[in-house]
Design a protein around this ligand. Sequence first.
Ligand code: FE2
Length: 398
Amino acid sequence: MAPEAIDPSPPPAAALPAYKGPTAYKDASGTSPETFNRHAEEHGTGTHAGAKYPHYLPVWDKEVKYPPLEPFEHYEHGKDADPSFPNLLPPGRSQVSDLTGNIGAEVHGVQLSALSDKGRDELALFVAQKKVVAFRNQDLSTHPIPTALTLGTYFGRLHIHPTSGHPPNHPEIHLVYRSSTTPSSSAHAQDFLTEHTTSVAWHSDVTYEAQPPGTTFLYLLEGPSSAGGKTKAGGDTLFVNAAEAYRRLSPAFRRRLHGLRAVHSGVQQAEQSLGRGGVVRREAVGSVHPVVRTHPVTGEKALFVNAQFTRRILDLKQEESDALLKFLFDHIALGADFQARVKWAPGTVVVWDNRVTGHSALVDWEDGSRRHLARITPQAERPYETPFEEDDVGVGEL
Ligand SMILES: [Fe+2]
């Protein structure tokens, strides 16, 4: 059946701050321009070495401003993929192992930077099916940054994050950065766990955009498991299968969710960035997306709400919206039987489909090791939903 597009016209920007929702945005950023000690990060301290990838250290240029993002036509390459994956996973050369029964895979023997276009098409489909895939022993971080960006460009227009630090001259790289020199006394960069019981903050990336990301890349530059500190593990990333989260709900409940639309807002993220001396390079926006979205290739339906950015379900009263969102956020957060935990290692590139997953970083190491990752974030189609089906099933044999 052809997808039924809904008309998610955003509410007026002036109305966005009014949408608070049942949860507040948790700013787990380890580093801001106020607290970033470039000299220490480049050259090291008495206890920690300098960055292994200094050309990936973040800058925040307060003078740079970008206009609002314009709509664009997204081409979904997963539709062109050979579902037997001969180019991505050539027999005899590649090894694939599943991480869990319903989400995640780990792949050895494949070099993402060397994929042909057919291999890239298959990557989009494979990741859509597995939700998240950890590719080991990759060389992406050793290439010049423009070469790394070329890989992402194939999958969609590269998103420039409104608040994050990026390598000089490469705003399309979103940096995740935390280090021992992040001071613990600053009001906003304080140790996150002095203010919160846990660092877990489930979300999908930048869902406040009208066209949120699809096939998304995150690669390790340096992390607690590889930094040579006391801790030999830590800083894993959790992922949740949002399609399976949808299917776990009763048919009656799923039916009710169809047709509902929710406001996703970037306002709190922008406010918190300014509050810790950071930047807002593009005016904060909000978008209205369906609560249940359909994947353009697999046809799977997935819950598309998250505690970081989803603020209000339209047409419901505040208390009704808060209660329903709280239930869905808890359902997603508590579903350890549809989640996976990805451990990072040198050379690991993790690729996920942001349309059908949520994720959370974990701040669980205590020796001050640097955690430094780079994300390439191709945007995808405007989310849409297709009609409720009583006997909805998954993507079949994976
Ligand atoms: Fe994220």
